[in-house]
Design a protein around this ligand. Structure first.
Ligand code: PMP
Length: 295
């Protein structure tokens, strides 16, 4: 991803894409003191931009640092980066990290840096997979206890087990992994939240040790608008066989049907199709229309 044309916002300046390099002694690289966001722009508007910006600021606070930009400045910088790259439908990746001003576990003297990159990113699992439904492998890695890691932060370090779990799933011919939590209950995939349709209701794990995703909350509101009952609760893996439909929800993955988890198979049906369509329509509305719908 380093060798392409374009502009990256970096600490308040626009830097040519190929020149956006940082020092190898950056604290974020050695000790994972970095937090990021994943946003999508549709038809020129970044969907739920303020919610992403607020989560970014909060993710930093959970790692003990303050991003030196206000929410308004970050929103404006995201929009400016999108426009400068001439994109209307794209993925937006802001990241903030501790710099190379101090080496060692202690990092109080480091400066907080921020960059924003945007690029075109079509269907997360590819168009064909998305329509057919994806195959998930049960991961050996578990989401940590919230007393073990700052699990409500979109912190780079938490993706270490995600990459391990995803690679193991791909080696088994699957698209992604389903991770359980430290107690053995269903948690999420490596980059999206999970939903189960059980007897006409929508069930999803309570986000005790993973992100309460912005897409997750959006999908829950869309389901309620359709008079579908939504239940947040602890879900044991044995219960997954009761589900008639399963789908993932995340900014990158959007609403993606799941066809298989381990040796269980599912058929995407009416609930998934309805919510895919409703989500696709909502993200293409203007921010004002989205706001009005939520009110
Ligand atoms: N869980 C993980 C591990 C993720 O990376 C993401 C994507 N940010 C999500 C859940 C879904 O969050 P959101 O809907 O806010 O993108």
């Amino acid at each position: 991803y380093d060798d392409r044309d374009g502009w990256i916002w970096w600490d308040g300046r626009m830097v040519p894409w190929r020149d956006a390099k940082l020092h190898v002694l950056s604290h974020g690289l050695h000790y994972a003191s970095a937090v990021f966001e994943g946003e999508r722009a549709y038809a020129g508007h970044i969907f739920k931009l303020r919610a992403h910006t607020e989560r970014l600021i909060n993710s930093g606070r959970l790692l003990g640092f303050e991003i030196p930009w206000t929410a308004d400045q970050i929103d404006a910088a995201c929009k400016e980066t999108l426009a400068r790259n001439g994109l209307t439908d794209a993925y937006v990746r802001p990241i903030a990290w501790r710099g190379p001003e101090e080496m060692g576990v202690a990092a109080k003297a480091t400066k907080i840096h921020m960059a924003i990159a945007v690029w075109e990113w079509g269907a997360y699992f590819g168009v064909e997979q998305r329509m057919k439904g994806v195959k998930l492998a049960l991961a050996e890695w578990r989401r940590p206890d919230p007393r073990t890691a700052p699990t409500a932060s979109k912190a780079a370090g938490l993706y270490m087990i995600g990459t391990l779990a995803k690679h193991a799933a791909m080696d088994q011919g699957c698209d992604d992994a389903l991770m359980l939590d430290w107690k053995g209950d269903v948690a999420e995939s490596t980059g999206a939240n999970i939903f189960f349709a059980i007897e006409g209701e929508l069930h999803t794990p309570t986000p005790v040790c993973f992100l309460d995703g912005i897409t997750r909350r959006t999908v829950m509101a869309l389901a309620r608008r359709r008079q579908i009952k939504v239940v947040e609760r602890t879900i044991a893996p044995e219960e997954m066989r009761r589900a008639s439909e399963v789908f993932l929800a995340g900014t990158a993955a959007e609403v993606t049907p799941v066809r298989q988890i381990g040796d269980l198979t599912f058929t995407p049906g009416q609930i998934t199709e309805t919510l895919m369509k409703d989500y696709d329509a909502l993200v293409r509305m203007t921010p004002e229309e989205v706001e009005k719908r939520a009110a």
